[in-house]
Design a protein around this ligand. Structure first.
Ligand code: M6R
Length: 366
């Protein structure tokens, strides 16, 4: 059942070109510049008038929610708040009938996310579920929703479910923009054509596996690791750090790169690996100055860069290339090498990658 792979996690990482494709199937028409989401169709009109979206989730799904925030605000121009379900449910938040709450959960059974939904429902909000497991509790208690169709995810560390969640959120952002007229057909055609190329680019990103395995040998004995990114690279950094800590038990933190100088920079010495998302996008030059700050303190820098980049390569210890793509789709590509890096480090440290200690695949207690 592991399809020849040593662990489910590795199999699931390598399944991503297909799982992302499955998630897009029947939902987008690049030539027509159109997104179609049957699951939330009956709320198409409501979406034209909403003032706010609240995203609730836990763990990796919460990271996908942060990507969703950036994309929905950018393209559909609707204010979005992203909340940890566990905090949201207990803090008497302001919710009205005009709000749409998007609950994201791979398993569809997470106790805190369910409780957050129930509370928002009681206050009259409309609930959209983004789930992977068909027929799970969250899809059943939601008003509408979109399945991620990533297929069963067995490894406790979420990989293909995360990229599928991000794909769905990208489509939701485009769908909302289409309904509200903030994106025109021509722009949608361009974006959807680029999105359609992402599964093949994920395959190319996976080709760095051997290089990543080598880099893993170099940093596997670290006790701390920092992951830094800006813009959509920030949620990717958070996700990279969570993946590393949960399966390799190395302490890791994800930060917005610019926040480093407000504290974490104190941790940097020659023992400290710092992983940067340094692809060519709107924050490229700013990230480069952050890399210089780390190198000046002798940190070990591993950078995820756009294929062909020379500037960053000359400054850092290791680079991992990903294909060039529209910045909007960066999380779908930049996450791939971070999943592989965590995987190889965990295997080298003798950890049980598919079932890390103290963790369960679905957290059904609060
Ligand atoms: O099933 P859910 O998406 O609701 O699960 C949420 C978290 O428990 C989950 O993402 C957890 O953080 C993963 N182990 C991360 O890899």
């Amino acid at each position: 059942e592991k399809g020849g792979y040593e662990h489910f996690m590795l199999k699931e990482i390598f399944e991503q070109p297909r799982s992302i494709r499955d998630c897009m199937r029947g939902r987008m028409y690049p030539e027509l510049g159109k997104v179609q989401l049957g699951g939330i169709k009956e709320f198409a009109n409501k979406l034209k008038n909403i003032d706010r979206i609240i995203i609730v989730a836990c763990g990796t799904s919460w990271h996908a929610g942060l990507v969703g925030e950036y994309l929905i605000e950018d393209y559909a121009r609707i204010p979005v708040e992203v909340e940890y379900a566990s905090e949201f449910r207990y803090r008497n938040p302001i919710i009205t009938e005009k709000d749409v709450v998007i609950a994201i959960s791979q398993s569809g059974e997470t106790a805190d996310t369910m409780a957050a939904i129930e509370m928002a429902k009681d206050k009259g909000a409309t609930i959209f579920g983004i789930c992977n497991v068909a027929g799970a509790s969250i899809p059943r208690i939601s008003d509408a929703g979109v399945y991620t169709h990533a297929g069963p995810e067995i490894g406790v560390a979420s990989t293909k479910a995360f990229t599928a969640q991000v794909t769905v959120l990208t489509l939701i952002a485009f769908y909302m923009a289409q309904q509200r007229g903030t994106l025109g057909t021509a722009e949608l055609t361009e974006l959807l054509t680029a999105l359609d190329e992402i599964p093949d680019k994920v395959s190319l990103a996976l080709e760095s596996n051997e290089l990543i395995k080598y880099i893993a040998t170099e940093i596997k004995d670290a006790t701390n690791c920092l992951f830094l990114g800006r813009g959509c690279g920030f949620p990717v950094a958070l996700e990279g750090a969570l993946k590393l800590k949960e399966i390799s038990y190395i302490h890791a933190e994800g930060y917005p790169a610019a926040e480093m100088k407000h504290g974490p920079i104190a941790l940097i010495d020659e023992q400290m690996p710092v992983i940067f998302i340094a692809t060519k996008n709107s924050s490229y030059e700013k990230v480069i100055s952050n890399i210089q700050e780390v190198k000046a303190r002798k940190g070990i820098v591993i950078a995820i860069v756009t294929k062909g980049d020379r500037k960053v390569k000359d400054m850092v210890d290791y680079v991992i290339e990903i294909p060039d793509a529209n910045e909007t789709f960066l999380p779908l590509l930049a996450t791939i090498p971070l999943q592989l890096l965590s995987y190889h480090i965990a295997v080298m440290r003798g950890c049980n990658v598919d079932q890390p200690r103290n963790l369960a695949k679905s957290v059904t207690v609060e």
